[in-house]
Each structure stands twice: as structure tokens, then as C-alpha cells.
Design a protein around this ligand. Structure first.
Ligand SMILES: *Cc1c(COP(=O)(O)O)cnc(C)c1O
Length: 438
């Protein structure tokens, strides 16, 4: 529940269970039953019936009976991860996280104040996971006018006592750095029980491992397969990396970025250097420094925390790291590439014209890169991370004659909204938190 470790590092499990001799027998399990099997070996301190209940409750809010169905279009299989309450894959982890935290806080008779920053999808999904929970308050910082109106409405129309939307007159980077400075005030953090819900939190990775197994089942358990993942903070794809370590027969993880291609450059040349953020048609991936990459480094640097700290420290200072020489062995799991906005838009159009199937711009980045580098000898699974209606600007650019809607989003129009606007100022944000904290 602490999110970050007290030294600022990320948490990883002590060991990763090997389930390779079990997963074939999970073939007929429902999503919920499978989630129980996959997560149980990582969770030793909750009674089984409690974990089962939390899982049931978390996925009862999804509108597809399969939770995450696979749609097959010729040889390409799309795993639809957007059937939760806010239509982005983040619901899969954040619904579970909200219910899990709720249970633990009740049991330990304690409270939590969550502070998050969002450029769009995380805020809405976190609020949907936390709203109405008695022992948790959530404060979300977002940049005025920089999220889409749809994404803003998904946050501001939730009028619940424990939900506090803080709209800052600044950029997303301002929101994120303000959040970090509040967290680094350790006495404030402790006094108000501050918690984090972005993908540095291990619970998010844990819940995301499940759907890699679920997709493999729906493909009839092939002896090997490849998975393409559109990537921002390296969270979703890192969950796939853990699934592979658990014994799921993934051959390649195809990492796809937009023009913010630091990770693609790294996997292709070993060069990990930060540049400025570009604004693209897939805004949830407009990220330069992927927080979960640190977890991957841990496995590549002989599971040595000391080596990871050294690399992270160097990177912080110089903005660049070359890792090829310290690699324990060449990792052949990842293939990587980047897609431009033009390729993204063309891919959306192609899937509409060819299959009458709509994909959102993030999914299109993944599919576009996969089509370029996949070897076609094994089944290809592409993760679809959002419903296309969430990204109406890109959809309009690709398909000017289509109206792409979803009732969940249309219903928000005209609803009353609540937000608190302020300048980018740490003391104002802190005093607001103090006035509302539980
Ligand atoms: C958050 C998000 C991503 C990126 O996921 P990471 O786990 O940060 O790699 C991709 N697509 C959509 C729609 C998202 O909301």
C-alpha cells in the first residue's frame, strides 16, 4: 500500500512463482477464477475467500461477460481491455486496487489519502475505483485544458465526498512534479497517510498479469505466441514480462511507442536517453521516462538493488545511460519499434475499411509496429488499451465521416461538474489536502 519504497525505489516480489505446469489446466476458468489462481501465489496474507470476493466485486463492473474478450481479425488477435467503467485498460487494475485497499484499511482501522496526477486516463480510472469508499480520499491533479473534455468529465462529474479534482493552471509536468514534491515532504506524507495509485504501485502490475493468461486461453493455449503492447510507463508490458517469467509461453513482447520513443531506441540500440516530450495522437503514451522500466532493470542487472540504484542515479543526473556493457545477457524477449501519428491514423483507417472494426490510437500504435516487425510464424496478440470513443480527435482525423460514440461517455454530457481550480503552488495544494484529508 505504500506505493514507493521509503528510499524512493519500486517494489518487486521476493520471487516469481513458476506456474508452467498448472496453466494448461486453467483453460476453462472464468476471468475471475483465473485471476484468483494467478494472483494467489503473490498474496500470502489474505484469506482465500477474501481474495475471491474482492476479485468478484472488482470485475462485476465490467460490461462484457468475458471481461477482456479476444476478437480475431484474420491472423491478428485483439485483446479488448476497455470494457470497464472508464473504457480504458487501467480499470482492470484500479477497480481491484480500490476494493483491495478498502478491505485492508477496514481491517486495520486506518485511512488513506491518495494523491495522483493525470494527463487523462489514470485520473478517471482511479476515481472510478475509489469513489464512495469510506476510508479513502482521492485528490487528482490535472492540467487545465490539457486533457480532453471527455476525460475531464469522467473525473469532474463524480460528485462524491471522497473525490477531489484539482485543476491546475499549468502543464502535466507541473502536476507531476508538484505531486512528487508533496510526496517527498516525508513528515507531510506520514501525517496525512498519503498513498499513490499510479503504476509504480505493484498491485497494478499484479492485476494486469492475469489477462495475458486469459488471452492465451482464448487462443486455445498455443505452444508459443507473440504479444504486442502499446507502451507509455512500461507498466502493461512489464506485466507481460512477469507472465512470461511465470511460465506463460510468450516468445516475443513487441514494445510499441509513439514518437516518444526512448524505450524503442533502448531495445534497438542500448541507448537510453531522455529528450523533450512530443504531443501525439496517443496522449496516454506521451511519456519520456517510463517508471516501470526500473523494475525491468532489476531483472537484467542480476537482481541487484545496488546496481539498479546506481543506474537510476546516473540517469537522473545525466539524462542518459548506456547499458549494453552491464547486461547480464542479451535479452531476446523484447522487439521494439515506434509509430508516427501518420502511421497511427492510417492504421485506424485500414482496420475500419478492411474489417469494419474500430481501434483507438494507442491500440493502433501497437498494431502498426507489430505489423512491421512480427515474423508471422506464430499467433500474434495485440493489446487494445482503450475504447476508440475516448479519443474522438484522432478518430475524426482518421475517419471524418464516422461518429464514434459510447453511451457511458455520452451520458456525461451536461451533468453537473465539480472541480477546484488553483495555481501551480505547493502550499495551496497542501492546504487544500489538509482541509479535506481523512
Ligand atoms: C495508460 C495507457 C497506456 C500506457 O500504458 P503503460 O502501462 O503506461 O505502458 C496505453 N494506452 C492507453 C489508452 C492508456 O490509458
Amino acid at each position: 500500500m505504500m506505493g514507493l519504497a521509503s528510499d524512493g525505489g519500486l517494489m518487486v516480489p521476493q520471487s516469481i512463482p513458476d506456474v508452467s505446469d498448472k496453466c494448461a489446466s486453467w483453460k476453462r476458468l472464468s476471468y475471475e477464477a483465473l485471476a484468483f489462481e494467478v494472483m494467489r501465489p503473490f498474496i500470502s496474507d489474505l484469506p482465500e475467500s477474501v481474495l475471491k470476493n474482492i476479485i468478484e466485486k472488482s470485475y462485476s463492473t465490467f460490461e462484457d461477460p468475458l471481461i477482456a474478450p479476444v476478437r480475431s481479425l484474420d491472423n491478428l488477435h485483439v485483446l479488448e481491455l476497455f470494457h470497464g467503467p472508464t473504457l480504458a485498460f487501467k480499470d482492470i487494475a484500479l477497480q481491484f486496487l480500490g476494493n483491495l485497499f478498502d478491505f485492508v484499511l477496514e481491517k486495520t482501522n486506518s485511512n488513506l489519502n491518495i494523491l495522483g496526477a493525470t494527463s487523462g486516463d489514470t485520473g478517471g480510472a482511479a476515481i472510478a475505483g475509489i469513489k464512495g469508499k469510506k476510508r479513502i480520499n482521492i485528490f487528482v491533479l490535472y492540467p487545465e485544458g490539457k486533457t480532453s473534455r471527455l476525460q475531464e468529465r469522467q473525473m469532474t462529474t463524480i460528485i462524491e465526498d471522497n473525490v477531489h479534482n484539482i485543476c491546475l493552471n499549468g502543464s502535466f509536468d507541473d502536476c507531476q512534479s508538484l505531486m512528487k514534491s508533496v510526496f517527498s515532504d516525508l513528515s507531510f506524507r506520514k501525517k496525512y497517510n498519503l498513498g499513490a495509485v499510479n503504476s509504480v504501485n505493484w498491485v497494478r502490475i499484479l492485476a494486469q498479469i492475469v489477462y495475458y493468461f486469459h488471452a492465451w486461453n482464448q487462443l486455445d493455449c498455443p505452444s508459443n505466441f507473440d504479444v504486442a503492447v502499446p507502451t507509455g510507463n512500461f507498466g502493461n508490458i512489464f506485466a507481460g514480462y512477469v507472465a512470461k517469467q511465470m511460465g506463460l509461453p510468450i516468445r516475443h513482447l513487441i514494445l510499441a511507442t509513439n514518437s516518444n520513443d526512448i524505450l524503442a531506441r533502448f531495445f534497438n540500440s542500448g541507448d537510453y536517453s531522455r529528450t523533450d516530450v512530443n504531443f501525439s495522437e496517443s496522449p496516454a503514451m506521451d511519456i519520456q521516462v517510463a517508471s516501470n522500466f526500473e523494475r525491468y532493470l532489476f531483472y537484467q542487472l542480476d537482481k541487484s538493488s545496488t546496481k539498479v540504484s546506481q543506474v537510476m542515479e546516473d540517469f537522473k543526473v545525466t539524462g542518459t545511460v548506456s547499458l549494453k556493457s552491464s547486461w547480464s545477457e542479451q535479452d531476446r524477449t523484447f522487439l521494439a519499434g515506434a509509430a508516427s501519428d501518420m502511421e497511427t491514423i492510417n492504421t485506424i483507417r485500414y482496420f475500419h475499411d478492411q474489417y469494419n472494426y474500430l481501434i483507438d490510437p494507442h491500440t493502433a500504435v501497437g498494431i502498426s509496429v507489430a505489423q512491421r516487425i512480427h515474423q508471422k510464424d506464430l499467433p500474434l496478440l495485440c493489446l487494445s488499451t482503450a475504447h476508440p470513443a475516448k479519443f474522438d480527435r484522432a478518430m475524426k482525423a482518421a475517419l471524418p465521416n464516422e461518429i464514434v460514440q459510447h453511451p457511458i461517455l455520452s451520458r456525461l454530457e451536461g451533468l453537473p461538474e465539480r472541480k477546484h481550480s488553483m495555481e501551480v503552488d505547493e502550499n495551496s495544494v497542501k492546504s487544500y489536502i489538509v482541509s479535506r484529508a481523512i
